[in-house]
Design a protein around this ligand. Structure first.
Ligand SMILES: CCS(=O)(=O)N1CC(CC#N)(n2cc(-c3nc(Nc4ccc(C(=O)OC(C)(C)C)cc4)nc4[nH]ccc34)cn2)C1
Length: 294
């Protein structure tokens, strides 16, 4: 059995009413539920992540993910609400706030009229969330538009901490033993080549999220399939090493494409930190406001 942690809020499984499936991944799935102890449909809507037990995902890893999310307190990170033990206490679910607009990919595909100012606002919020993560020495390792959730038309949050790791105090990177599950398209060269993850590899992924934002998550830009050929990690890695990068999305301000290219510096030491990226985004946002006034 799993000892109840004193600070955990425990939701009773019998009051969690399944409504619909919200998302699925390798190791888990997320469901929309109503926590309705009064049984009169007045209870709150919550997002419940259930572990898909298989040989790769273990309850131990899931408990680490729960622990990580439960200590975060940041308006740009999806909020932890508590846990729910399954009958027999053989497993547990993670209960989180429900964000009604889904992830950034669906949102950008639905609302194609989002202007540059709104995209910069979203970018600055993701950057602030990543700055917060970095302040606690966590690397996300799976930063991508599919893992950014939309709370409202003016607020996005970072979600899915299933691959998040804390960097040991005596290093500035984390090396994983098992090859990553994520599509290589978001991986920095050193993550593909040496399974090396750091705040600077999260910065590389942030550059890809910027590109997804400003190309409305248009998958035609993804080099996963070039002319019908599936891009393997080796040739993608080679392309990066000879300085191939994604082209600027159409209508993307040159200063924003400049930010992407900073994030995609081959040498991770040359990439900016999230606080520098945040300041540069604020400057571009101010210039946008001045242009609008002008
Ligand atoms: C990796 C394995 S995973 O299985 O653990 N998993 C997938 C994961 C990827 C990420 N991030 N995920 C999180 C949520 C999620 N969704 C939501 N709201 C919504 C609201 C609406 C919709 C939707 O489709 O609406 C339209 C309009 C019909 C398109 C979808 C989701 N609120 C949440 N709160 C906390 C989590 C969470 C969904 N998928 C994490």
């Amino acid at each position: 059995s799993i000892p109840a942690q004193p600070e955990q809020t425990v939701f009773e499984e019998r009051h969690l009413r399944f409504i619909s499936s919200l998302g699925k991944g390798n190791f888990g799935s997320v469901e929309l539920c109503r926590y309705d102890p009064l049984g009169d449909n007045t209870g709150e809507l919550v997002a419940v992540k259930k572990l898909q037990p298989n040989e790769k995902s273990t309850l131990e890893d899931f408990k680490k993910e729960v622990k990580i999310l439960s200590i975060f307190e940041c308006e740009y990170i999806v909020k932890y609400k508590g846990i729910c033990y399954s009958t027999g206490r053989l497993s547990m679910s993670l209960v989180m706030e429900y964000l009604p607009h889904g992830n950034l990919i669906g949102y950008l595909n639905t609302y194609q009229h989002i202007n540059t100012r709104r995209m910069l606002l979203f970018a600055s919020q993701i950057c602030k969330g990543m700055e917060y993560l970095q302040s606690l020495r966590y690397v996300h390792r799976d930063l991508a538009a599919r893992n950014i959730l939309v709370a409202s038309e003016s607020l996005v949050k970072i979600a899915d901490f299933g691959l998040t790791k804390v960097i040991p105090f005596d290093k500035d990177y984390y090396r994983v033993m098992q090859p990553g599950e994520s599509p290589i398209f978001w991986y920095a060269p050193e993550s593909i080549n040496e399974s090396r993850f750091s705040h600077k590899s999260d910065v590389w992924s942030f550059g890809v999220v910027l590109h997804e934002l400003f190309s409305y998550c248009n998958t035609n830009y993804n080099p996963k399939r070039v002319g019908g050929l599936t891009v393997t990690s080796l040739c993608f890695f080679h392309a990066l090493s000879i300085n191939w990068r994604l082209p600027a999305p159409s209508n993307c301000p040159p200063e924003v494409y400049g930010l992407m290219k900073q994030c995609w510096a081959y040498n991770f030491e040359e990439r900016p930190c999230f606080s520098s990226l945040g300041k540069q985004i604020e400057t571009i946002m101010q210039e946008e406001r001045d242009n609008l006034k002008g």
